[in-house]
Write a protein that binds this ligand. Structure first.
Ligand code: APR
Length: 239
């Protein structure tokens, strides 16, 4: 067990695209059809909470629709977790739960989760119940201060200390299905590289930081990710 590599995986919207969920910046992506400043900022929520709730309710309904299931890429990462145990840190920018549905035991949701609500005052989290809105009394303080448990633009992502610790110890860093345009996640490759990790990108096309990666797997995540995880398990990823 001791010679297994320490691996940090970062996933973005591209890994869930083949499961039927929209990405943000591809054509017809979420940010082509909605303005970030209307639905994904603290100001937007203060100004028009109903609109923000509607946006996330629609995404939650889509996630819970019958046709949305984890794909081969999510399953490959779950199998990798069963081989590497706590030597794998799976960080996602995604707010869906497809990694969990595929069986990944521990997922670091740095941008929050669609199926969770948070008290704006105590930061306590609750499983999302149908009908939650800005008038619902929070289960902890009974005030109407529940919000979607999503990290909006202008807010600090969650679990950063845990993520930076894992990056500083990584032997391998893999970024999957992310355009590399949103920080701090876009900067993880630099931190992993400084720590001496072998850095791999798996994307439909080279992302913004492609030049920093040691290897690039271009194509659909459902095909490239099982290939990458197979190579890690066989110790043949690093040429
Ligand atoms: N397989 C692999 N990659 C894919 C696939 C696929 N089937 N489909 C799309 N992609 C790639 C796209 O080429 C693109 O580079 O996934 C990437 C998706 O990029 P974005 O839409 O920018 O999503 P992401 O990088 O996850 O966005 C980061 O931005 O708006 C915020 O909080 C939101 O977490 C999100 C963050």
């Amino acid at each position: 067990m001791n010679n297994l590599p320490r691996v940090v995986v970062l996933t973005g919207a591209g890994i869930s695209a083949e499961s039927g969920l929209k990405t943000f910046r591809d054509s017809n992506g979420l940010w082509e059809n909605h303005r970030v400043e209307d639905v994904a900022t603290p100001d937007a929520f203060a100004r028009n909470p109903s609109l923000v709730y509607r946006f996330y309710n629609a995404r939650r309904a889509q996630l819970q629709g019958q046709n949305v299931k984890p794909n081969h890429a999510h399953h490959a990462l779950s199998s990798l977790a069963s081989k590497l145990g706590n030597k794998l840190t799976l960080v996602t920018q995604n707010v869906d739960n497809l990694h969990e549905q595929a069986g990944s035991p521990s997922v670091v949701h740095m941008h929050g989760e669609l199926l969770s609500a948070r008290c704006s005052e105590s930061e306590k989290r609750f499983y999302w119940e149908d009908g939650f809105d800005d008038t619902t009394p929070c289960p902890c303080c009974l005030k109407p201060v529940l919000r979607p448990d999503i990290v909006w633009f202008g807010e600090v992502p969650m679990y950063m200390e845990e993520i930076y610790t894992a990056l500083s110890q990584a032997d391998i860093f893999i970024a999957i299905g992310t355009s590399g345009q949103v920080y701090p996640a876009a900067g993880f490759v630099q931190i992993a590289k400084q720590a001496g990790a072998y850095c791999v990108e798996a994307n439909l096309e080279p992302g913004a930081s492609n030049a920093l990666f040691d290897a690039s797997f271009t194509g659909m995540a459902s095909q490239t990710v099982p290939d990458i995880t197979h190579k890690i398990i066989n110790n043949s990823l690093i040429a």
